[in-house]
Design a protein around this ligand. Sequence first.
Ligand code: PMP
Length: 453
Amino acid sequence: MTFSTRQLVDWDRRHVWHPFTQMQDWLAQEPLIIERGEGNYLIDTEGRRYLDGVSSLWCNVHGHRKKELDEALREQCERIAHSTMLGLANVPATVLAKQLADIAPRSLQRVFYSDAGATAVEIALKLALQYWSLRGEEQRTRFVSLTEAYHGDTLGAVGVGYSDTFHHFYRPVLRPSRQIKPPHYFRWVEGQDPDRALRSAIADAEQVLDACGAVTAAIIVEPLMQGAAGMWAQPIGYLPAIEALARRHGTLLICDEVATGFGRTGEMFAVQHENIQPDMLCLGKGITGGYLPLAATLVSEKLFAQFLAPYEEFQAFFHGHTYTGNPLAAAVAVANLELFEREKIIERVQRRAAHLAELAQLHFAPLDHTGDIRQWGLMMGVELVRDRRRRTPYDPAERIGSRIIDEARRHGLVIRPLGNVIILMPPLSIEEVELETLVATTAGAIRTITEGT
Ligand code: PMP
């Protein structure tokens, strides 16, 4: 099956609608069409190579064409590609559930599968609502989430990640959550020093929960790093305070580790930096090493037990997707976890993260328009501002972020901005010299585009 680049470009322009994309802009540009991958590089239909600076949207772990993952997929193909989990079990999904329970916080021993980060979140929200109803606490129907939270694009997930700019179209059918301001908000928007920002954020959460704790089904947070907000980092100390608040108000704590899970922050899960024991943990993206769509909602036994009842009482969790627990995806996920252990990925991430921090000081910090550098492990956001001292943001019409990534692409690097924040989130397999290339090329692109602005 070979098609010319021209043919593909033509079909893409005529038939494809790209996600999160203003298609008017897309149609005016020449699309980059990826044909192959090799290690930490993407290769286009013309054979040009690009360093994958955002892990193919934050999911790739061991690079592309990883031998062990390719083999796991091939071997599972020789057994079965798919069979349903409604009324049946399958081998890889069962093994994976056991392995996830082994590596997760000890409160979480039960795994409910789905196929995207958003569905893992939907499941957590629905489980929380049903749990409280089954316990006779029907008043607990509200959710509390962080300002600028992102939990996926299905309607339930948008309710807890509500942003008026993007979501007002759906407002009539949504029930936005009560929002609490994260420490980043106080530090960056209000210019407080880090200690005071942390205290302000905790006080804000206390105030909101004092007002609505009794009707709150769950608090949902992206632990340590709010990725899609533009890498809003939380300092150590924030999560334990939120966990304590959840306990004090008798509400559930859902941690969404779709982005932070599987090593990105320098521990297998971000909650493990502070020994948090959530009631539910949402996983996706890196669970298959970035190979296949698979997600999981890990649940505490206490919550699970509430759903056990005679059939005719209809207390089961009536939720499932056709491809729930897909054996191909689960087999790759099992191989992914084996690699974490065999290749000591977490230690490697910690080393690389320290190197990334040094490189950022060297290349980003001196730039005139670097406002803030935020990092947890191999997740980094570099916020660009028009005026550094006053923290004046660039006007969205200047499209500073997208111009920078276009420039980086001309130099063989694929990255993606979030507004005026340049995101670096390479595969965990990135080599030292590749990390240097990633940072130096990004800094060069920032300099070229922001000089004279
Ligand atoms: N939660 C978080 C924290 C995320 O970062 C994302 C995706 N970026 C999602 C949920 C949604 O995942 P998916 O795109 O797989 O639906």
